[in-house]
Design a protein around this ligand. Structure first.
Ligand code: GLN
Length: 305
């Protein structure tokens, strides 16, 4: 960790001063209230050493990064049958696209686009007694952090503006790939998207994908090694929607972004790093977040390739 600190501080100072050509997401009105100048980084490694700069302790809306947590729980509960409901192919399309759903007969291309995450929510709804509470409890146990919570304001704002997500859920249900009623599936989906975490909390909660030895404070293992490997593979190929190739090309790590401007990236067996900068590029990924990570893996020569 010692040799990473100076590199992180240097790149942070450099990227902070670069003009940000991105824009804050405003299609969910509540997200537009964020202070766009926030910029934070936090890294945790497999020896439990950690380091952060900037606004790394400030909670923000993690949005689609939470699709990684819902997928993990669904995979744990449903096992390999999950892949009958959602595929593991890059979509090459925006995160909220309908395009392939029609020809793919309601089977979403992957669990990280909205359609896939909505099917994952349906799977969870069929397994969990109290989905919202049980999912939160799962996140709190992995992170050993009882402060994790949904943002009521963001959930409401997503509901008020959620025409497209409702339509996607209805459309998939018309093909028979949603078993529960649309309203509770979408309500659960919006809650999951509204989870709030800081960069520090993000880099801690996803250590189970970086560290084969990981178990929770209650002694529970989250996923088997082979399952964790598969989730990392889907992240590498699908974590950035139609920019997944670009992220692999420039950064070279499995990662996942959210429209709140957060990104997490995993170096299996080494570390988990989280970056937050709210302004997004045209593919809805954090502009400075990607820039930071590209410089970070280049200067530390720590990509998986
Ligand atoms: N809640 C957002 C949505 O459903 C999540 C999208 C994202 O972060 N890419 O549109």
């Amino acid at each position: 960790m010692e040799n990473y600190k100076k590199i992180i501080e240097d790149i942070y100072a450099e990227v902070k001063n670069i003009e940000d050509i991105g824009t804050v997401a405003n299609y969910i009105p509540e997200l537009a209230f964020v202070d766009a100048s926030n910029f934070g980084i936090h890294i945790t490694n497999t020896n439990n050493a950690s380091f952060g700069v900037g606004n790394f302790n400030k909670k923000f809306s993690i949005q689609s990064i939470s699709k990684l947590l819902s997928l993990t729980l669904a995979y744990k509960l449903e096992g390999e049958k999950l892949w009958d409901r959602v595929d593991v192919e890059p979509s090459g399309n925006p995160f909220n696209s309908f395009l392939q759903l029609e020809t793919d007969l309601g089977k979403p291309r992957n669990p990280f686009i909205n359609s896939g995450a909505i099917v994952v929510c349906d799977v969870l709804l069929s397994h969990l007694k109290n989905p919202k509470e049980d999912f939160l409890e799962f996140c709190r146990e992995i992170s050993n952090n009882a402060t994790l919570n949904y943002s009521k304001k963001v959930t409401q704002s997503e509901k008020d503006s959620g025409f497209r997500n409702n339509a996607i859920c209805n459309f998939i249900k018309s093909f028979g790939n949603i078993n529960n009623d649309v309203a509770p599936v979408i309500d659960f989906y919006f809650h999951i998207c509204s989870l709030e975490m800081s960069c520090k909390e993000l880099s801690e909660i996803f250590m189970f994908l970086a560290n084969d030895e990981f178990s929770t404070s209650k002694g529970n293992k989250i996923l088997s090694m082979s399952q964790a490997k598969r989730i990392n593979a889907i992240m590498l190929t699908c974590g950035f929607y139609d920019e997944s190739g670009e992220f692999a090309f420039r950064v070279g790590l499995p990662g996942k972004s959210g429209v709140g401007g957060g990104i997490i990236a995993i170096h299996p067996d080494k570390y988990c790093i989280a970056v937050w900068s709210p302004k997004l590029n045209e593919q809805s990924n954090s502009y400075k977040g990607m820039l930071f990570l590209e410089k970070f893996t280049t200067r530390t020569t720590s990509s998986i390739f």
